[in-house]
Design a protein around this ligand. Structure first.
Ligand code: ADP
Length: 363
């Protein structure tokens, strides 16, 4: 009889549970909880996992207890598998998001998307509700690194109509394994993708729609993965959303200071702070000898931070393992203290720059 000796209770840690009771992985999967294999599960109880996925905990506990007794996955009622916050009609037409933090970089390829994901994982490890709006429309890589392939569900928005009186589309963010809500151009079906014209003013319109016309839950943080540079898209986001301030991702190159000056000017003009600077690919530690190499040259993190008038949130080394997991679509399997460092530093920066209470989102 496969009765593993682990107590099944709301406070039971998910990772411990699946280690001692492998059938639990299949039970949780039935509830759409793909988290047992991800890094966040080591920090999450069954109750927290249920809550973060918008599910009731009782049916999950019952199913796990039955599986513990029988060794088999029991039948699960459809209603118990349905995330409650996504019940039709539950969306009020206005996103209720505590903090909006765009992630910027002066140029592509510095690891902005990976850093966005690491911050999101760190925030999830602190049991916060997190979403990522992938605004890098021309090179959307967030769904790929999270291994998401199922497109977003799109239905008519009961709260919004166009000039002709027809309902606007309403997107349902895709939930990642660790319950991060994701909206991206890469999660539109092929048909919708080709129907969209990703050019000029439409591009900023699309980003706005991704915010406005998506059923985001009440999130603690919405991270916005911006296209690189200081073009229209970052401007639109910074102007039209009630952002707390931006995170700037750089690499150790002399050029970075120039780029940062541009980004910093842009953000400061809009009267928003830079919350912090992340220097990615900062150095490399040889796994065999432990020797530290500055592959891209000496760190400019402090100089960049001074320019940006913001703290260094973290310096992240070159790590082929992280890159490999991201490439495989398993970024959530990264279980690295840098996630906590980033999240803690961001939380501190956000509380050091409270949004003025009279600020009202334009949306
Ligand atoms: P961006 O969003 O700035 O264009 P990405 O996040 O897509 O950049 O990263 C570009 C490439 O660099 C990806 O293949 C990613 O896995 C890799 N990469 C990013 N950061 C690191 C790192 N710290 N160590 C190793 N590879 C990294």
């Amino acid at each position: 009889m496969p009765t593993a000796q682990i107590e099944i209770a709301p406070q039971t840690n998910i990772k411990e549970l699946v280690k001692l009771l492998p059938v639990a992985t299949d039970v949780l999967k039935q509830f759409g909880l793909g988290c047992p294999g991800c890094g966040v599960s080591g920090y999450e109880t069954i109750e927290q996992g249920a809550r973060s996925h918008g599910l009731r905990v009782e049916p999950i506990l019952t199913a796990l207890l039955v599986a513990q007794q029988s060794g088999k996955v029991p039948a699960i009622a459809e209603a118990d598998r349905m995330p409650q916050r996504r019940a039709p009609g539950a969306f009020t037409g206005r996103a209720n998001i505590a903090h909006i933090v765009p992630v910027m970089s002066g140029k592509g390829g510095v690891g902005k998307s990976l850093v966005t994901a690491l911050i999101a994982l760190g925030l999830r490890r602190k049991h916060l509700q997190v979403g990522i709006l992938d605004a890098d429309i021309t090179g959307p890589s967030i769904p790929k690194i999270f291994g998401l392939r199922t497109p977003m569900r799109i239905e008519p928005d009961p709260h919004r109509t166009n000039a002709q009186g027809q309902p606007q589309p309403l997107m349902t963010p895709v939930l990642s394994r660790s319950a991060i809500e994701i909206v991206s151009a890469n999660l539109l079906t092929e048909q919708e993708d080709t129907a969209m014209v990703w050019r000029g003013p439409i591009l900023s319109g699309v980003i706005r729609q991704f915010y406005e016309q998506a059923t985001w839950s009440a999130l603690d943080f919405l991270l916005v993965d911006l296209p690189p540079g200081t073009s229209d898209a970052p401007l639109t986001i910074l102007q039209s959303l009630d952002v707390d301030g931006a995170v700037l991702v750089t690499m150790p190159q002399a050029l970075a200071t120039m780029i940062v000056r541009k980004c910093a000017n842009l953000i400061h003009q809009l009267k928003r702070p830079i919350l912090g600077v992340v220097e990615n690919m900062s150095y490399f530690i040889a796994p065999d000898t432990g020797t530290r190499y500055e592959i891209f040259g000496p760190s400019y993190a402090e100089e960049v931070a001074t320019l940006a008038q913001a703290p260094v949130l973290a310096r992240i080394p070159i790590d082929p393992r992280k890159a490999a997991l991201a490439d495989e679509g398993a970024v959530e399997e990264i279980d690295d203290p840098v996630c906590d460092t980033l999240a803690s530093a961001l939380l501190e920066a956000v509380s050091a720059h409270p949004k003025p209470p009279e600020t009202i989102s334009l949306i």
